[in-house]
Design a binder for this molecule. Structure first.
Ligand code: UT7
Length: 326
């Protein structure tokens, strides 16, 4: 059976750069703490009038252009986001309209940081199953809109941005394996508590800042290391692959220490085999791995025939790992 490949990638990062030095003036933190504990030097912040779908459209246009295609060539649009423009209509519908794509299937997936890997996996199934020929998978996040800018334990971590990919059937390479998972029992470790049906918006929820991200970073850290390593194993083992067989790992960029621990568990050299851009953008949830993949391609870190492991973990909890031969 023919496989699904990625034939074009794109990204969009807002212009506004928020440095660690600027954060030092906002909360009780230091450049040194942020760099040593997370690896982050700066992050991008979207403009007030720039919503998640606006960033998604810009990343999509670049991905389509790199694939040599037009919006009319796309059969399904999937947007991974936890910061949609609004509850509904979906951000994917906004993207369909703004791109001028045909009236094709369009929907959001809400899987937090694992959303891009989930989106690619869904597109792979659609294409291999024969329902659709080409898919546009986007991960776009405006985490600055749900960040508590007075909470030093979270506000130094997050950033805004978008990445996109166009997928279709390929003759060589493509997606070799996928592993997805979840553990809802640990959902309270990373959540945005209010605004949904459990706790609708009220003056109290606003006063208590319950419309912003709450995270138990320390506990989550330990889960992240184990789950990302387990997910990597769950996708590589059935393919008969080991760390050495992977040319580049494109992980979710939550914390450089998590990624160094992952490299150690997989027995690979983090300098050579783990793609990093966390220092420039921080944690952009699902958009992190989408932008990382796009930049790895742009920088020539991925060549034809290379075997790439995408590995993500996030709120839910959710995780997703995928091996693709370029
Ligand atoms: O996106 C997917 C899911 N996310 C993750 O997987 C994130 C996982 N977690 C992490 O990356 C790390 O836990 C953090 C970067 C969030 C925090 O690093 P940590 O080494 O786990 O720090 P901690 O929470 O244990 O806090 C250590 C100390 C505390 O002070 P005391 O109690 O030891 O005096 C914090 O109050 O660091 C303090 N602290 C800060 N100090 C300066 C917390 N945030 C800051 C800050 N600046 N921004």
């Amino acid at each position: 059976m023919k496989r699904t490949g990625i034939i074009g990638t794109g990204k969009y990062l807002p212009e506004n750069v928020l440095t660690n030095a600027a954060l030092e003036k906002m909360v009780d933190t230091s450049d040194e703490w942020i760099i040593t504990r997370t690896g982050i030097k700066e992050r991008r912040i979207a403009a007030d009038n720039e919503a998640t779908s606006d960033m998604a459209v810009k990343a999509s246009k670049q991905a389509l252009s790199n694939a040599g295609l037009k919006p009319s060539d796309i059969d399904v649009i999937i947007v991974a986001t936890i910061t949609p423009d609004m509850f509904f209509p979906s951000t994917a519908c906004q993207v369909q309209y703004k791109l001028g794509a045909p009236n094709v299937a369009a929907f959001d997936v809400s899987v937090a940081c694992s959303g891009y890997v989930y989106g690619l996996a869904i597109a792979d199934q659609f294409i291999r199953g024969g329902l659709y020929k080409r898919a546009l998978v986007i991960a776009s996040e405006k985490l600055s809109s749900v960040t508590d800018w007075e909470d030093r334990s979270t506000c130094v971590l997050f950033g805004d941005g978008a990445g996109a990919a166009v997928l279709e059937q390929v003759d060589e390479g493509g997606i070799l394996g996928v592993h997805l998972g979840s553990d809802g029992s640990k959902g309270d470790l990373l959540q945005l508590p209010a605004g949904g049906s459990r706790m609708p918006a009220s003056i109290k929820t606003v006063e208590n800042k319950l419309h912003t991200i709450k995270m138990e970073g320390n506990v989550l850290f330990k889960h992240a290391v184990k789950i990302m390593a387990d997910a990597a194993l769950a996708v590589t083992e059935p393919l008969g692959m080991k760390g050495d067989d992977i040319d580049l790992i494109i992980p979710h960029q939550a914390n450089i220490r998590i990624l160094n621990a992952l490299a150690k568990k997989m027995g690979v050299d983090p300098e050579k085999k783990v793609y990093l851009n966390i220092e420039k953008y921080g944690n952009m949830s699902a958009a992190s791995s989408a932008v990382a993949l796009t930049e790895a391609v742009e920088e020539g870190r991925i060549k034809k025939g290379d075997r790439i492991l995408m590995d993500a973990f996030g709120g839910g909890l959710t995780w997703g790992a995928l091996v693709i031969e370029w």
